[in-house]
Design a binder for this molecule. Structure first.
Ligand code: GLN
Length: 286
């Protein structure tokens, strides 16, 4: 039997995905095939006539079945890019998203004005894959001692694996626990992308998002539960003039800004993402 070639199998997969209502059929088909063939997506195009081995076709078929069931591509291939860095992901962690890059960039910007050259203690609450803390430590010009907290042991495994991947095992301390409980020292920076989806909206989420850990999504009745809890504790754990930064859900920025103001934070700033959604709230401890 003639062996299937790259172009033919991609075209067939796109047709199949279209029947299943997959949002970006071509992109997903390419990302998964590129991983199997161990080449970049662009390279698929110069290898359109390359025949696939039976093994490659079998592995690809497994991926197609998983994707058709609504499993996100990132979980299928086990990785996601964030801040131009590669992160391993699995079902234990939220998939890092482009809008979260605004949080990392916002913190990096504020740190430009942060005086002194002693290492900064930077803490990420609900670290998940570790994407936020790892990119901060990796990309900042300042020396940093990172702390990543998560209540999920499985998530911390992923985060530790990612820290190793970026040679930061010695630079980030991962701690198991609830929110700020495992933080006994004063830190210079506190960041978090906590669960923020209002409970009643969870049912309506895209099929793909529902495959992500509920504990990383559900923010309680109005979605603000975790902001309240973190902001309540934060002034005691942050150094004076320390920076706090959150990612927030749609329509939550002003509420989170008010919570920060009430807790005595100053220089509050809201940053919008590329879709013009107010996405990040930053402030300074009094
Ligand atoms: N960004 C995710 C979503 O909108 C939610 C992540 C979170 O709750 N922090 O699906």
């Amino acid at each position: 039997m003639e062996r299937l070639k790259v172009k033919a199998i991609l075209d067939k997969t796109v047709d199949h995905f279209n029947k299943y209502g997959i949002d970006n059929p071509r992109l997903d088909a390419e990302i998964m095939l590129a991983q199997i063939l161990n080449m970049s997506r662009v390279n698929l195009y110069v290898n359109f006539d390359k025949p696939l081995t039976k093994e490659e076709v079998d592995r690809y078929r497994e991926m197609i079945i998983a994707r058709s069931k609504g499993i996100p591509v990132a979980y299928i291939i086990g990785e996601q890019e964030f801040m131009s860095l590669d992160f391993s992901v699995n079902e234990a962690v939220l998939i890092p998203r482009p809008e979260t890059e605004h949080l990392v960039e916002g913190i990096l910007d504020r740190l430009e004005d942060y005086k002194g050259d002693e290492p900064l203690k930077v803490c990420d609450i609900g670290t998940g894959s570790g994407a936020i803390i790892i990119s901060l430590v990796k990309l900042s010009k300042r020396r940093m001692e990172g702390i990543g907290v998560d209540i999920s042991k499985d998530a911390l495994e992923v985060a530790k694996q990612n820290a190793s991947k970026h040679n930061l095992d010695q630079d980030i301390d991962f701690r198991l626990g609830n929110l700020l409980e495992p933080i006994s020292e004063r830190v210079d920076v506190l960041v978090s992308n906590p669960p923020y989806i209002p409970t009643k909206d969870i049912e309506e989420l895209q099929k793909e998002v529902k495959k992500e850990p509920l504990g990383a999504l559900d923010g309680g009745e109005d979605g603000l539960d975790y902001y309240r809890q973190i902001i309540d504790e934060a002034p005691k754990k942050l150094r004076p003039s320390g920076i706090i930064g959150f990612e927030v859900g749609i329509g939550q920025a002003k509420d989170v800004a008010s919570l920060l103001k009430e807790a005595g934070f100053s220089e509050i700033e809201i940053i919008s993402d590329y879709s013009e959604i107010e996405r990040v709230v930053l402030g300074i401890n009094k």
